[in-house]
Design a binder for this molecule. Structure first.
Ligand SMILES: Cc1ncc(COP(=O)(O)O)c(C=O)c1O
Length: 391
């Protein structure tokens, strides 16, 4: 008997993360499979033919700082025999905390920040306590909520700017279990200023003190809009507010699977107790410490991404396609036709772009930013595909 990969995932009957690791798919690709989208991720090595240029899963094709690689190579191999706990894990937690002037008990670490998102929903939502999220926004919290039968309030992004509707999210938050604020927002690429986020968080906490607030800063290192900073300080100040971070994007270490959350000790403990966060190995810890220490590299990464982003957005705008100002390592383009059409066309020419993002899949496509040379190769493909079909 044969069945599709999607059916395989469904039949496994396990959570998305577990299923993803079983069959070797990334989260974005798994969402696509679960939704039955054709060519959703496209980032897997092709079954046959050359591998596509991967502009589908918001990874970082430049990879980590060279100092991370040096640290991994230099690490004494005998230390790998010590694992309960691995020697450098507490130093890694200290390094995460130090980034925001926090203490180690303000931090929980995880095997990718995706686990923290799952844990947050498990900790704060249930049949009586809803999740509030943007629409579209990063889908994993809503999927977790649906899995545990917690109601989800989807708040549409502003139709013009595609920014999250903070006022709408505040209104929906009264009595809610958790507000998920993805800032910058995936897939729309927009960022909210810290002043606006702070006002939102304080208002929610005044009106609905028990509601948890998770601010997902997976892409914040890439934000260049003035006034868009981390909310870690606010998370340290207020109970039930926490920030999640990942090493998968600007740190270029998606394959290392590392993330963390920061907040008050009771808050992060509650999240950590709700769901397994995985554990960090010695080599992950060593790599994480080296990555955080090399902020010079991070400055370079941010500027290099901006250079690629400015060039790519200018190309689409020159073709007459609108794209909101991006503060991330991807762009969201109004291609004025279904994303699947564009995705299939690009895939046939060796470029993988993002999956569908309902409710905007009829007109918008998400394109991750690669290296400049990747975008220079992909751009003629985009031009060909967009020029070919009727607009
Ligand atoms: C907004 C956002 N949060 C969290 C994640 C999870 O990333 P990871 O588990 O690699 O840290 C992603 C992945 O694409 C994302 O886009």
């Amino acid at each position: 008997m044969s069945f599709s990969r999607r059916e395989f995932v469904r039949r496994l009957g396990v959570g998305g993360a577990a299923a993803a690791s079983i069959i070797g798919y990334g989260r974005e690709e798994l969402f696509a499979l679960e939704q039955g989208q054709r060519g959703g991720g496209g980032g897997r090595p092709a079954m046959s033919g050359p591998a596509p240029i991967r502009l589908s899963s918001n990874e970082n094709l430049r990879g980590p700082s060279p100092k991370v690689i040096e640290a991994l190579k230099a690490h004494p191999s005998r230390d790998l025999g010590l694992g309960y706990p691995p020697p450098n894990v507490s130093a890694f937690v200290d390094a995460c905390a130090a980034m925001d002037g926090a203490k180690p008990n303000n931090v929980i670490i995880s095997t990718g920040s995706g686990e923290i998102l799952t844990a947050a929903v498990m900790a704060y939502c249930n049949g009586d306590h809803s999740l509030v999220t943007g629409d579209p926004s990063y889908g994993s919290p809503a999927q977790t909520a649906q899995r545990i039968k917690a109601p989800v309030k989807f708040i549409a992004v502003d139709p013009k700017s595609l920014a999250l509707d903070l006022e709408g999210m505040i209104r929906a938050s009264i009595g809610a279990g958790l507000v998920f604020l993805c800032n910058p927002n995936n897939p729309t690429s927009t960022v909210q200023t810290s002043a606006d986020v702070e006002q939102m968080v304080r208002t929610i906490k005044q009106r609905s003190p028990e509601t948890g607030i998770l601010i997902d800063e997976a892409y914040l290192e890439y934000a260049t809009k003035p006034g868009a900073f981390t909310m870690a300080k606010l998370a340290l100040e207020l109970p039930g507010v926490f920030v999640s971070r990942t090493f998968s994007k600007a740190y270029g270490m998606a394959g290392m699977r590392m993330g963390y959350a920061i907040g008050q000790p009771e808050t992060v403990r509650k999240v950590g107790n709700a769901w397994g966060l995985g554990s960090i190995s010695e080599l992950q810890a060593v790599a994480g410490i080296a990555a955080l220490a090399d902020q010079e590299h991070m400055k370079w990464e941010k500027m290099e991404n901006k250079r690629v982003r400015d060039w790519t957005q200018a190309q689409f705008r020159a073709m007459g396609f609108e794209t909101p100002e991006s503060d991330t390592n991807f762009i969201f383009v109004n291609i004025r036709r279904p994303a699947v059409e564009f995705r299939d066309g690009c895939r046939a020419l060796g470029v993988a772009v993002g999956r569908d993002f309902p409710p905007m899949e009829k007109s918008y496509a998400r394109i991750s930013l690669g290296r400049m040379e990747d975008m220079e190769k992909a751009m003629p493909v985009f031009k060909q595909v967009l020029g070919k079909t009727s607009v």
